[in-house]
Design a protein around this ligand. Structure first.
Ligand code: CA
Length: 243
């Protein structure tokens, strides 16, 4: 049974969210402020965190930054309608998705399910990608850039996989949402933008002029394997070179 931590100070919302998730067969733990939420993340190691932005004491965004210092647990942010800029800050700080209050019961459960599904391996699950600079081992869930290990959240991991498995091809934000987020609606291209920014920063590819993850203006994003690299994709199970 997946374990979800709900960090929300409003007792009514917290109770409803906990009830809905429990009914959908999640084991739910609750925290009423940022500091106890943070403690619960490290002590209980939940599979997913639902994190309200407006919390007393340490707010949700500060808590998120501290969570991200040490953990790649999927985080779904809850924001009020007047907190649009906080939402952007949240995505930049490493939230995987957000929901704006008020949301419907169905929306909440669907987002939680989608986030947990993404945390599991997909079709490319067994193939190692290695172009000499970047190496992705999906089975071990390890990413290395020039031998340096990089820690990615599930969504960053999926986004990087989608880009590299389509190396050289420009993918629209809509396509990336469908492939990496498994969100066929394609709404919310800012989710892609900020995840790309985070991914570049983590990989040490911030310089947009030379980054192997290129922005193609008005179209989307493209992974261009670094020039000096040997582009090869091999099967993790059989060792056959596929390309
Ligand atoms: Ca609140």
């Amino acid at each position: 049974m997946p374990r979800v931590l709900v960090v929300e100070d409003d007792p009514d919302i917290a109770r409803i969210v906990a009830l809905l998730l429990a009914r959908s067969n999640y084991q739910v733990e609750r925290a009423g402020d940022g500091r106890s939420g943070l403690r619960a993340v490290f002590e209980s190691k939940p599979d997913l965190v639902v994190l309200d932005i407006g919390l007393p004491g340490m707010d949700g965004l500060d808590a998120l930054e501290r969570i991200r210092d040490l953990s790649d647990v999927p985080v779904l942010l809850l924001s009020a309608r007047d907190q649009e800029s906080d939402k952007i800050r949240g995505l930049r700080a490493g939230a995987d998705d957000y929901l704006t209050k008020p949301f419907t019961n169905g929306e909440l459960v669907a987002r939680v399910e989608a986030l947990l599904r993404r945390a599991r391996p997909a079709q490319w699950a067994e193939r190692v990608y290695d172009d000499g600079t970047l190496r992705i081992d999906p089975m071990a869930r390890l990413v290395h850039v020039d031998e340096r290990e990089v820690s990615l959240t599930p969504i960053e991991f999926r986004l990087l996989n989608t880009l590299t498995r389509n190396a050289g091809v420009t993918l629209s934000s809509r396509k990336l949402l469908a492939e990496a987020w498994e969100d066929p609606t394609g709404i919310g291209a800012d989710r892609v933008k900020f995840t790309v920014l985070r991914l570049r920063r983590k990989l040490g590819w911030d310089d947009s002029a030379s980054s192997p993850i290129e922005s193609v203006r008005g179209v989307g994003y493209r992974y261009r394997p670094p020039a000096q690299s040997r582009h090869r994709v091999q099967s993790g199970t059989t060792g056959h070179a596929e390309r």
